[in-house]
Design a protein around this ligand. Structure first.
Ligand code: NAD
Ligand code: IPM
Ligand code: MN
Length: 367
């Protein structure tokens, strides 16, 4: 087999800072585990706008379609706040997701033992937590038409449309059920069927799909109750299946169950390519964190764990993914913390690069 290809798009703000640490990890796997990648790097978001006047160059888009996986840092920042909507950094990321048809966004929230004390929730609420949010990523109110800001009488109206076809719901539901089969066989589907027709259809289709998975228990929950249950008793969940907007909000909420937004990785997967691998983009759930950019404070773990997801879902290297996750666990168990993970008295934070180095040292200890 030819060397698998990886396109790295560091993006803006802390994106490039955390990606430096991921490059160390990628190099480690090449040198020590003979897992080699053909790595190329390009621009996305504000960085691409600065260079080309667009948040994603067509050539970068074409490259993303060809590679085996894309790894992205983060996009956006205050410098770009006043740009026209069509060229905002976030549009670059949304185009990648849409054009690659990455409909299933996997956002796992796991509470590492060493961080159970650090969550803003009580330790026994989060200790041992391991849930997977499956967020629909290419449709819903993010992309529905009509959309825009229009004149209506003597004022303006802002319009976005929540729209889901049966097939869009069905394919992401199948992803959730397939994942649940390999986990604890429970899917909780969240929508607002009490007020939205798209929610009624979502509930019907997920129920229909569930008949193909008799060993998986399906439950339905209104998304507002889901948000409450997620902080009240998150361990009741295994896989949460939800739409694009609810999934965006619920996954940030789940981040705090794990201690920090700087801990949460994600995988965005589409249909299999000719080589059998799914179209895939891996990225941390967090954004460009303008408040800490350039200060060496960013936690690189979310992005490092996103690479672990790439090993598992794109490169058939589940054992090495577990090795990397184990190394992160070991680092945290040693009390090594970036500033976002600090609460304990008397512990001083390590920098972004020191955290990356600590993960490498822990990886060395695995062989
Ligand atoms: P954010 O995720 O960038 O930051 C929220 C808070 O979490 C900040 O206080 C930040 O310092 C902290 N934080 C985030 N990641 C961290 C890390 N790795 N280590 C330590 N602390 C971390 O969200 P925001 O401030 O609402 O958005 C800033 C910009 O990022 C906006 O332009 C937004 O559109 C964009 N954004 C991009 C993505 C993405 O690229 N996938 C995701 C979310 C937001
Ligand atoms: C995320 C982000 C994005 C989203 C933005 C930056 C487009 O918040 O990946 O969670 O809303 O999907
Ligand atoms: Mn988000």
């Amino acid at each position: 087999m030819s060397t698998p290809s990886l396109l790295i798009l560091p993006g803006d703000g802390i994106g490039p800072e955390v990606m430096v640490e991921v490059r160390k990890v990628i190099d480690w796997f090449g040198a020590k585990r003979d897992l080699k990648f053909e790595v190329s790097e390009d621009l996305v978001g504000g960085a691409a706008y600065d260079a080309h006047g667009a948040p994603l160059h067509d050539e970068t888009m074409a490259k993303a379609q060809e590679v085996d996986a894309v790894l992205l840092g983060a996009v956006g920042g205050p410098k770009y706040d006043d740009l026209d909507f069509s060229v905002k950094p976030e549009r670059g990321l949304l185009r990648l997701r849409k054009d690659m048809d990455l409909y299933a966004n996997l956002r796992p929230a796991q509470c590492f033992d060493a961080l159970a004390d650090f969550s803003s929730l009580k330790k026994d609420v989060v200790a041992g937590l391991d849930i997977m949010i499956v967020r629909e990523l290419t449709s819903g109110v993010y992309f529905g038409e009509p959309r825009g800001i229009f004149e209506e009488g003597n004022e303006r109206v802002g319009i976005n449309t929540q729209r889901y076809t049966e097939s869009e719901i069905e394919r992401v539901a199948r992803s959730a059920f397939e994942l649940a089969m390999r986990r604890n066989r429970k899917v909780c589907s969240m929508e607002k069927a009490n007020v939205m027709e798209s929610g009624i259809l979502w509930r019907e289709v997920t129920t229909r799909v569930s008949s193909d998975y008799p060993n998986v228990e399906l439950s339905h929950m209104y998304a507002d109750n889901g948000a409450m249950q997620l902080v009240r008793a998150p361990k009741q969940f295994d896989v949460i299946l939800t739409d694009n907007l609810f999934g965006d909000i619920l996954s940030d909420c789940a981040a705090m169950l794990t201690g920090s937004l700087g801990m949460l990785p994600s995988a965005s997967l589409g249909a299999p390519m000719a080589n059998g691998r799914p179209k895939a983009l891996y990225e941390p759930v967090h954004g460009s964190a303008p408040d800490i950019t350039g200060q060496g404070k960013a936690n690189p773990i979310a992005c490092i764990l996103s690479f672990a997801m790439a090993l598992r879902y794109s490169f058939d290297a589940g054992e090495d993914a577990a090795r990397l996750e184990g190394a992160v666990n070991a680092v945290l168990a040693d009390g090594i913390r970036t500033a976002d993970l600090l609460g304990e008295e008397g512990v001083s934070p390590v920098s972004t690069s020191e955290m990356g180095d600590a993960v490498i040292t822990a990886l060395d200890a695995t062989i």
